[in-house]
Every structure is written in structure tokens, then in C-alpha cells.
Design a protein around this ligand. Sequence first.
Ligand SMILES: *Cc1c(COP(=O)(O)O)cnc(C)c1O
Length: 421
Amino acid sequence: MDHFLYRDGALHAEDVPVAEIAAAVGTPFYVYSSATLLRHFGLFEEALDGLDHTICFAMKSLSNQAILTLLARRGAGMDVVSEGEYRRARAAGVPGERIVFSGVGKTRDEMRTALEGGIRQFNVESEPEMRALSEVATALGKVAPITIRVNPDVDAKTHAKIATGKSENKFGIPIAKARAVYAEAASLPGLDVVGIDVHIGSQLTELAPFEAAYRKVADLTEQLREDGHDIRRLDLGGGLGIPYARSNEAPPLPLDYGALIKRTVGHLGCEVEIEPGRLISGNAGLMVSKVIYIKEGEGRNFLILDGAMNDLIRPAMYEAHHDIVPVTEAESGVEQTPYDIVGPVCETGDTFAKARNMPPLREGELVAFRSAGAYGAVMASEYNSRPLIPEVLVQGDQFAVIRPRPTFDEMIARDTIPEWL
Ligand SMILES: *Cc1c(COP(=O)(O)O)cnc(C)c1O
């Protein structure tokens, strides 16, 4: 459930008409609902109730400072994948002991920043990274708490670009090698081995792959304990999927996911961490765009919007589906016609949907892309010199711009011309 509903025929973000925001900030823009973000975070809190746990929001899905601040005040930790994200999390008031650092290519500079600023743990993904971290920590006179990300070789049954838990993916160490790698980690002076990490992919719509992975992690926990490691923390990653199309079957609920965690690893007495991104932020955001033209083509009609692939790249990159709805509700029973819904960017890939049935629309009308809160604004670019679109946060009947749209002059002024030119 989200808080983007029609009231008297007008799409609202909580208590604010979306058209009112469009009039104030111009299109296209992203709008997020605080109530939806907090509700989704609360679902995980509820799901893990009774377990010693930390929920680290995967902030790569949505990293605006206002969003991080909102979640941090609710007690969220953060899963960061770069120094930039680490610094954003700290700037939003997240203490180091609630930040986990993931990613296959952490640099020594990034390690240093996190060690000096405070960190809950590094999720280490390879032996060379492990050795580098030990050296960096030792040089600083510190000990780095680590888990090692294992690749359990399970098929997450998701889009190939976001599956991470098969042996051919670049992530983690093969689970079969884990005992040897843990033995080496324990021998390195700058590391404190605290647990195991696993993350098998994103937008998982079934629980079975999680179950397979977590059972392997449970077995590994027992083996590693036998080997003398004090495994006390399990980071179970993120990846729970969301419904992108209203018509589809609903993906598993956080409550069922929580029950699965308790069933598979609950008996081990470990502190449990999870790193949900999309499930918290995805359905908490819309991208709102305006129809520029309706163009009649041969055998098909195009709805040309002012939003484009540079603003929301998921359809071009992952063949992702977003429901696209008119901001002024269509009259019930009105006839729908198919459109190819496209943006103005000079790429055929700038297509949001093909032959999508839409109610009658006119030039100048507003449409909203649902489920655009995750991997939307964060993946935007200024391709075609289209300035980054603004982000707006709603809470009840209030709204505020949380990242303004740069002016054209600001965009141009970011470049510098060498003296010698
Ligand atoms: C991307 C990512 C997540 C979040 O995935 P969602 O599908 O957004 O929940 C969590 N952990 C790691 C290591 C990731 O790379």
C-alpha cells in the first residue's frame, strides 16, 4: 500500500494534489511520500520483532539527504556502497555504528574514511580486499570489524542485471571456499571477523531463493564456529521485490520474509542485519511528467513526454515496467487506446512502454510513473543536457523541494574551459 491515491478524481501524494506540486515546481519531478517510507520501514521492524536486529536501508536506491534524515530519525541504519554514500549517511545523522559498508571495489581511501569516522562493519567481498583492509586498519592502529560476503550460488530468479548470487556473478567469495578464506581473515592483524554476509539479488518475487541462501548461511555459521570463529552477526542483504504492475500477483510480504529469517537462522543466536532498499523506497515515489505531443505514427501512436530515460532509466536498462497513470483520473469505463510512451532523448531506448493502454490524454496533461522511488532519481543523469529533475517530499498536507532543479546556467557553469584553449 502507498499514499498515492485519487481523491475526487485528482491524484494525491498523501494530502497534496500532485497537480499542485507540478504547478509549483514544473515537470518532470520526483515526489516521495514520508508516510509510505516510514510505513515500509515499520513493516521490516515488525517482521523482525523478537530477533536482535538492525535494518540498514540500502541507500543506493534513494539517497536524498531528506529521505536519509527521515529514516535515520526512525532508527534506520544504512547500507553504503561508496565513500559518497558513507558521507551522506553521516551528514544525515546516522552514527557509524549503524552503517555497514558493502561493495566489491572499496578503495583504501574509502576504508580509511569509514575507519576514522566509525563503522559497524565492512562486508568484504574478496581476499585482496581483505588484505588491503587489514593493512589500512593496522596503519591507523585500528581493528576493522568484518563479515565476508559469500556467494551461495542460488538463482534469485530475477533480471540478469540485478542477480548477484550465482557463481558467475562478480559478488562475494564462493561459499565452498569460505572456510579457507575465513581462516586467512582470522590470521590478519587488522581484522575482527564478526559474521557472514549474503545478498543474492534485487527484485526477488519469491521466497524460495532466500530460503536456499539462508540455509546455506546457517550451515556455514555452524562450520565456522567449529573452526573457532566467533560468528555473532549475520547480514542477510536486501532484495525483496515489490509489485510494479497493479495487475500482477503480489510479491512476498515482509512479515513472511521475517518468518523465513527466524525459521532459517533464528536458532543461531546471531544478531541479524538486513539491507532492504527497493521495498522501502520503490513504491514511496512517483515520477510526474507532462505530455508534450501526441504523435500519430504508422500503425502506432506515440505519447511524447517531457520526462526521459535520463530521468528514469529503469525501463531502458532493465526492461522494467512502471504503471503510468493520468494525474486527472480517467472516467470509469472510458475507452483505452494503446500508445508507445516515449521521452524526447535521441535514442530509441528512450521508450518507457510499448503499446500501453491509456485513457484519452491531451497535450499538457500530467501523467505519473508509479513505483519510481527506488533506482529512479539516484540513477538520473543530464544526458542530452537535460538538467537533473527536482525531488519533492510530502508529509501530510505539506510538501517541500528536497533537491531543486538546476538552472540551465548552473548546469553550464559546472564545466570549466582550460586557460590554454
Ligand atoms: C542493492 C543492494 C541492496 C538492496 O537491494 P534492494 O533490492 O533494493 O533491496 C542490499 N545490499 C546490497 C549489498 C546491495 O548491493
